[in-house]
Design a protein. Sequence first.
Length: 293
Amino acid sequence: MVLKAVLLSSMMSLAGLSYGSAAELAPYRDELFQYPGILQTGDSGDYLVVDYDEMRDINGRDQIPERRVKQAYVSLQPKRSQKDLVFRTSGSGVKAMVVGDIGDRPALVVIYLHGQGGNRQQGMNDYTFGGNFNRLKNLMARNDGVYISPDFTDFGPKGEEEIASLVGYVAGQAPSARIIIACGSMGGQLCWSVAANQQAGQSIAGLVLLGSLWDEDFIGSAAYKRRVPVFFGHGSRDPVFAVEKQEAFYRKLRSGAKNYPVRFHRFEGGNHGTPIRMTDWRAALNWMLSKAP
């Protein structure tokens, strides 16, 4: 459907995603999901050390610790548009769970790539990780957005081909949408390889790495040359990917290109999965939208 620019602008404003100098997601339960406290700031606000306490942020937030968040953190409104489907890409197809409809020409698309041992259902679970995936689903459903949580074969070349094809499909169906790839843990391997993919790297508008790894080859990639913003969330006690190495890569990105758009939120005392639970999605996405190429 082709709409006049004035009507389209009006509809986006009503939906919550407004366009001025930058797009911005409307608030959704910010008082529940905002950071409980900031211990340290640096780099003009791009580096934060966030206060994290397991007794407060897991036991106090969950009805059943790590399995079911309290009901106040959850709205099932996005289930009205949630589907389990197959994207017929250039390959054999990509299975994914989706909130929203690509055919509605969304303004924003977030694709979440799970880590080792996960599947497409992880990023659609309303009650785990403190309800943070449910908040992301609600932010997309209430802001003219689409949220996609796909399966993929592996974290190597085949997985890259599948996710790059998915990005290409989304870009073709919604050419005006900003596409942000978010990756948890080992899923970050695909974040970096998709960013380096000559075609997909030209289509994405942001990368979110949560408790994930680094990749020196990102520097010089298609996405890097376009100055695609990168957000890192990492627990200070992460036993899988050392926080010191991820912080060092953040520093390298920040110093390697003048004012490169990169942020680092360190959850002090947090473990491997803490950033998936604690990252303030609205704040992170609004920053990325303000910096997206």
